[in-house]
Design a protein around this ligand. Structure first.
Ligand SMILES: Nc1ncnc2c1ncn2[C@@H]1O[C@H](COP(=O)(O)OP(=O)(O)OP(=O)(O)O)[C@@H](O)[C@H]1O
Length: 258
């Protein structure tokens, strides 16, 4: 099967000081297939969020390419880019910055459905179902984002990401701030959607229990590059690199040296 998303030789540097540059990502190669969940692991500051932004086409790589459904994301026309935004959704960690607080939930949820040829009633029905499975009450529809708690806002952001039946969702610490029962609900919804529609997921999480539960494959980042990649079961049972072993053994993400 060809990759839904193909990352080819992607590097990224940030400007630092007057003339300096800092390498954040170097020569990354990996792919994501349809219906597959790939977890990206690495300590804090290893470039996971930067990579997520590059994969979603929000930031151009300094070199290399990201192909989505065979087309290089940096070469998309404005219209193709809008279509990509519906088909490839991103869930960020912080709903306070990802949702416009003044927008109604209805307006937020209709956004990703612009490419769909459903009637307004069909779209409303679809949205109501998605809000329901994520444990949000039907009266949420007319309320504005700022009227909800942080956990509810995050579930609205997740509902928005899923409502248009995207092909790929990039979830960057998407469930970290939710309480245990909301977390379990969201993970189940993601797995159900994966079974129903063949959704692919890129999962960035510090929580190894969540990664074990969700991931088919794991990509481990360290020192700006991929130090290990493979099937999740194999990596959890028998990591090849000492870095991965240390990462899995204890919560080393917040340490600066492994
Ligand atoms: N806007 C920015 N300007 C300058 N440097 C940045 C910016 N965003 C991130 N960085 C730096 O780029 C590097 C990679 O950051 P990134 O957020 O991608 O890492 P991460 O692995 O997602 O970290 P975390 O797990 O803490 O979220 C870090 O050293 C960070 O300090």
């Amino acid at each position: 099967m060809t990759d839904l998303l193909a990352v080819q030789n992607v590097s990224f540097s940030r400007k630092e000081g007057r003339n300096g540059k800092r390498s954040i990502l170097r020569g990354l190669n990996f792919g994501v297939k349809q219906g597959e969940t790939v977890a990206i692991l690495g300590q804090s500051g290893t470039g996971k969020t930067t990579l997520a932004h590059i994969l979603a086409g929000l930031v151009p790589p300094s070199s290399g390419s990201v192909r989505y459904k065979g087309v290089e994301t940096q070469l998309l026309s404005h219209r193709q880019n809008r279509a990509l935004r519906s088909d490839l959704q991103m869930i960020f960690q912080d709903p306070y910055s990802s949702l416009d607080p003044r927008q109604t939930v209805s307006a937020i949820m209709h956004e990703p459905l612009w490419t769909h040829t459903l009637s307004k009633e069909q779209k409303d029905e679809h949205i109501a179902k998605m809000l329901h499975v994520l444990g949000l009450p039907p009266e949420s529809f007319a309320r504005r984002a700022h009227e909800f708690s942080g956990g509810q806002r995050q579930r609205i952001a997740i509902a928005r990401a899923l409502v248009g039946q995207p092909s790929l969702v990039i979830a960057d610490e998407a469930v970290s701030a939710l309480d245990v029962s909301a977390q379990a609900r969201v993970l189940n919804v993601l797995l159900e959607q994966q079974q129903k529609t063949g959704l692919s997921l890129i999962f960035i999480s510090h929580d190894m229990a969540v990664v074990r539960h969700m991931a088919h494959r794991v990509v481990v980042l360290a020192d700006s590059t991929i130090v290990e990649e493979g099937p999740a079961q194999q990596i959890f049972a028998n990591p090849r690199s000492a870095y991965t072993a240390a990462l899995l053994q204890k919560d080393l993400w917040k340490d600066t040296n492994v």
